[in-house]
Design a protein around this ligand. Structure first.
Ligand code: HDL
Ligand code: ZN
Length: 442
């Protein structure tokens, strides 16, 4: 069919599926790394690095922290205990999770279904009772070759990392291996949560790293924090700066703001945002994560809380020269955030983050965003922590977002607007790549 011919309503859904499948994705937020950062699974001819940052293969897939949380919902108390579980090796942890969540129970959760979708997409049978056959398959892969395979299956063109400079393991690798970390498939993001979430602790580390920063904010200290930021932005060649923030995040300070919190906000106001504005870099705020509500679960122990959109509005208005990527973790915050984006062109709403990355909520949020923002938002990021997850996270999101888009196109057709394959392809490009890249370049 010619791209210019109007689609009949009955052909729109299939055209959307084709377009989204064909559209390569720039994934703007992941926790993935190229092989230069090391990988615990050496694969064919390789040697594993237990502290390596590139996670891939079935044992990492099955021990994803979402599934660890789900494991402890079904095992009898203390069998195993938390610390007993963490002392188990990765394979034993994966065998336990596979048996408890995938064999003894129907794997109904999104995180379970994702593992099965990934295995199926790789040509493996998702019905195995043990992980042995899957392990054999992954043992035949090389990390870099498997990255290409996964990116092709997921049709992802660029993987955007999260580079947590306050993480000792990652920082050491940047300082030691900087020259060999570059990989054209990946772009870096400077992640600096402690600078605002816990300024006192961050200041101590900065001082250890040679930046003249003290527990009290000073003009000299602000200059040193700016130097720290520009040092790392150039080392990483970062494309934006990011941090997650708790539900209690408020800007500006209020009567209840504590001393440490106030210091973090001053660092945000006087160092982080000016450096981002000077360098033309977006600042990404991921708001609503309350960390370690169950510390024994480690990464699986974080929780969601309703946050304050007025603070986002205040920042967008006060810092008109800055560009803000914002995603919020609470379902209850999504409508107000989308309305805020109608008020500020320097606010780009993105993703269905973490506990929102489920079909029912992706559908609800995407429909609302299309109705309020047209195509001027970024519908999804994968947040993948295990490379293989790109396959299922994007398979599932293309399916759900595609159905919502098809519904909107059918409604437009009913209103008399002709919808062509070219219209759909242009929107797919905008939503899954161009909005992000244009905002970086804006
Ligand atoms: O802060 C973040 O970037 C979150 O995405 C956390 O990493 C979280 O643990 C996660 O992986 N969510 O999907
Ligand atoms: Zn993340």
């Amino acid at each position: 069919m010619s791209e210019a011919a109007a689609l009949s309503p009955g052909n729109i859904a299939a055209a959307v599926r084709r377009s989204l499948a064909a559209q390569s994705i720039v994934d703007m937020h992941t926790h993935l790394y190229p092989p230069g950062f090391g990988t615990p699974l050496g694969g064919k001819g390789g040697v594993g690095d237990p502290d390596g940052l590139l996670l891939w293969g079935v044992d990492e897939l099955v021990t994803y922290h979402y599934l660890v949380a789900e494991l402890f919902r079904v095992t009898p108390p203390g069998r195993p205990g938390y610390e007993e579980f963490w002392r188990m090796n990765k394979c034993d942890q994966a065998d336990l999770i596979w048996r408890e969540l995938f064999v003894d129970r129907t794997p109904l959760s999104e995180a379970c279904r994702g593992v099965l979708q990934t295995l199926k997409s790789l040509g493996l049978d998702p019905n195995e009772k043990s992980l042995a056959r899957y392990r054999k398959y992954f043992a035949e892969q090389t990390p870099s070759g498997y990255i290409d395979k996964v990116m092709t299956l997921a049709n992802v063109s660029t993987i955007t990392m999260t580079n947590a400079v306050f993480d000792d393991n990652e920082r050491t690798r940047w300082l030691r291996d900087g020259h060999k970390l570059a990989d054209a498939r990946f772009t870096a993001v400077l992640r600096i949560d402690p600078l605002v979430r816990d300024y006192a602790a961050a200041a101590q580390k900065l001082a250890q790293w040679g930046y003249a920063v003290g527990p009290q904010i000073s003009d000299g200290g602000i200059d040193e924090i700016k130097r720290f930021l520009t040092d790392w932005l150039s080392r990483q060649r970062a494309v934006y700066v990011a941090m997650s923030l708790p539900p209690e995040f408020r800007y500006p300070t209020g009567p209840g703001t504590g001393e440490n919190e106030a210091a973090g906000l001053e660092v945000l106001r006087r160092a982080i945002l000016p450096v981002c504005a000077d360098m033309g870099l977006p600042f990404a705020m991921m708001i609503g994560s309350r960390l370690r509500v169950n510390p024994a679960l480690r990464d699986a122990g974080d929780m969601v809380g309703k946050a304050d959109i007025a603070s986002v509005v205040n920042l967008c208005r006060q810092f008109g020269k800055n560009k803000f990527f914002v995603t919020m973790l609470a379902r209850e915050n999504q409508h107000e955030l989308a309305v805020a984006a109608r008020k500020f062109g320097n606010l780009m709403v993105f993703g269905c983050w973490w506990f929102l990355n489920n079909p029912s909520l992706i559908a609800e949020i995407t429909q609302m965003r299309l109705e309020l923002l047209g195509s001027s938002f970024i519908p999804q990021h994968s947040d993948a922590r295990v490379l293989d997850q790109l396959i299922y996270k994007w398979t599932h999101s293309r399916e759900v977002i595609g159905r919502v888009l098809a519904d909107k196109y059918e409604a437009l057709a009913a209103a008399g607007r002709s919808i062509t394959e070219a219209d759909i392809a242009q929107d797919a490009h905008r939503l899954f790549a161009k909005n992000y890249l244009d905002f970086l370049a804006r």
